[in-house]
Structure formats: structure tokens, C-alpha cells
Design a protein around this ligand. Structure first.
Ligand SMILES: [Cu+2]
Length: 112
């Protein structure tokens, strides 16, 4: 696992907007999911999705080992399972895997 310092640098490299975003969504285990992003070896697929405010995205671990991190979300490295994230505010939110520097995904949340 990376040290806290390297984790912080990784987030800054991905996007300051994500760091500065308010706590704009919550993780929910059973929310209805509008879109799915797969965690493959070694990229998110798709790398970007657009949803409406109040909808959720399911992150599915499909192949390889990955952690998942974004504002309010910090899932330790694993190789299977899923995480449903419900987005309560509009904006563009970046998710990363610290284990693979090129793994980034964006969730764009629109008002309507
Ligand atoms: Cu990864």
C-alpha cells in the first residue's frame, strides 16, 4: 500500500477539483444504479459516465487487483466485488486506482 504522502500526491496529480469538491455524494450499498464502471486490468471501462443527480454508479471489480478512491470513497485493494456510489450533487468527480497510475474514471453528474 502507498504511504499517506504518496496517496495525497496521486490525488493532486489526478485533479484538484476532486479534492476541493464538497462531500457531494455518499456510498450506498443498495441504491438503484444508473451506470456501471468496471475495474479491469488495468483500466476503468468505461472511463467516463454521465448520470443525473440522485442516481448511482456501480463500480465492479472484474479483473486484476485495484483499490478505488475518490472524495468520500476509499475501498482497499481487492479483486472482486462491487461498490455502489450515489451522487447527490452535480459536478464532475474523479476516481482513481492508486496501484495503476493511468487508471482514472470520471463521473459527470447533471441536474436533469
Ligand atoms: Cu488498478
Amino acid at each position: 500500500m502507498p504511504t499517506p504522502t504518496s496517496v495525497k500526491r496521486a490525488v493532486v496529480a489526478v485533479g484538484v477539483t476532486a479534492l476541493l469538491a464538497p462531500a457531494s455524494y455518499i456510498a450506498a450499498a443498495d441504491a438503484a444504479s444508473a451506470k456501471t464502471i468496471n475495474l479491469n486490468a488495468v483500466q476503468f471501462s468505461p472511463r467516463s459516465v454521465t448520470i443525473k443527480k440522485g442516481q448511482a454508479v456501480t463500480f465492479k471489480w472484474k479483473s486484476g487487483t485495484h483499490n478505488l478512491r475518490g472524495p468520500g470513497v476509499n475501498v482497499p485493494a481487492k479483486s472482486s466485488g462491487k461498490r455502489v456510489v450515489t451522487f447527490k450533487k452535480t459536478g464532475t468527480f474523479t476516481f482513481i486506482c492508486d496501484l495503476h497510475r493511468n487508471m482514472t474514471a470520471k463521473v459527470k453528474v447533471k441536474s436533469k
